[in-house]
Design a protein around this ligand. Structure first.
Ligand code: IPE
Ligand code: IPE
Ligand code: MG
Length: 266
């Protein structure tokens, strides 16, 4: 009870530091550390995955309340198939179970859910649940939740290259027409702007094959907090950190009333 009160007070304190006009529109999250969280507590890794689901629910709510429009979360990578079959099966079952339980609430909250990745290796029953969740929520306008499952950034880029090669072969497009815009239009995230912010929990300083194209200019925030311990307070800290960054996109920070000649010697 007392710790809940402290968290709420900290939330309020952090919320005041946030510039509501500069909330990232699209946030991507590598939700890492479920296994380590459980192992540290002497529990099976599955407990970490379960706790991770409730954290995701809290962060969706927090992102939505802040005015963020899109959340893209990494739930299962193309490399995660190398884990023991028992863990892979557990995760696949968990996706279906959580979705069946939460879909009404997701729809009520006007969230449009999309699954990004190659769904073909998943069991038919799971594919049905994923596809029906997408179609139930397809016209929702408040918020987009992209869940990356069996997703790999390199595989996505290869897939786009294949589509473009095919269109060029059939004469639908000319090679000279291949540009970033066309490439974007073939991505699994088409229609959604690139994430301004990438959050990775549990300290690993790598991208692990996530959104390789889309993260080209995203700000990266890495926290040592394990995903099951992540919460609204930690999320607000990430936004505050993001807002302190100087996003130059290869340019230079403009100084008022100073020309190029004033600031550089010849
Ligand atoms: C992230 O947590 C969830 C998935 C990759 C599915 P991990 O399961 O990778 O947890 P750690 O990194 O082993 O602690
Ligand atoms: C990245 O986490 C994938 C997901 C969060 C789904 P991993 O735990 O699989 O990444 P590595 O193995 O640390 O690179
Ligand atoms: Mg991990």
């Amino acid at each position: 009870m007392r710790s809940k009160k402290i968290i709420t007070e900290r939330n309020l304190e952090l919320s005041k530091q946030i510039d509501k006009r500069r909330i990232p529109e699209h946030i991507a999250i590598i939700m890492d550390g479920n296994g380590r969280w459980a192992t540290k507590k002497g529990l099976p890794r599955s407990f970490g995955h379960n706790k991770g689901v409730s954290v995701l629910k809290e962060i969706i709510k927090a992102a939505k309340n802040l005015g963020c429009r899109v959340l893209t979360v990494y739930a299962f990578s193309t490399e995660n198939w190398t884990r023991p079959a028992k863990e892979v099966d557990y995760l696949i079952n968990l996706f279906g179970k959580v979705l069946r339980k939460e879909i009404d609430e997701i729809h009520k909250e006007s969230i449009k859910i999309k699954f990004i990745g190659d769904l073909s290796p998943f069991p038919e029953t799971l594919k049905l649940v994923l596809k029906s969740s997408e179609s139930i929520t397809q016209n929702n306008q408040n918020f987009i939740l992209n869940v990356c499952v069996n997703y790999g950034g390199r595989q996505e880029i290869v897939k786009v290259a294949k589509e473009i090669a095919l269109k060029s072969f059939t004469g639908e497009i000319k090679a000279s027409e291949v540009n970033e815009e066309l490439f974007n239009s073939e991505l699994l995230t088409k229609g959604v702007k690139d994430p301004e912010l990438l959050i990775r929990t549990s300290g690993e300083k790598r991208i692990s094959n996530f959104l390789l194209w889309q993260l080209a200019y995203s700000e990266i925030y890495i926290t040592d907090v394990l995903w099951p311990d992540f919460n609204e307070v930690e999320f607000l800290k990430a936004i505050i950190d993001y807002q302190s960054r100087n996003r130059r996109f290869g340019g230079i920070e403009s100084l008022p009333n100073e020309s190029f000649e004033d600031s550089y010697c010849s």
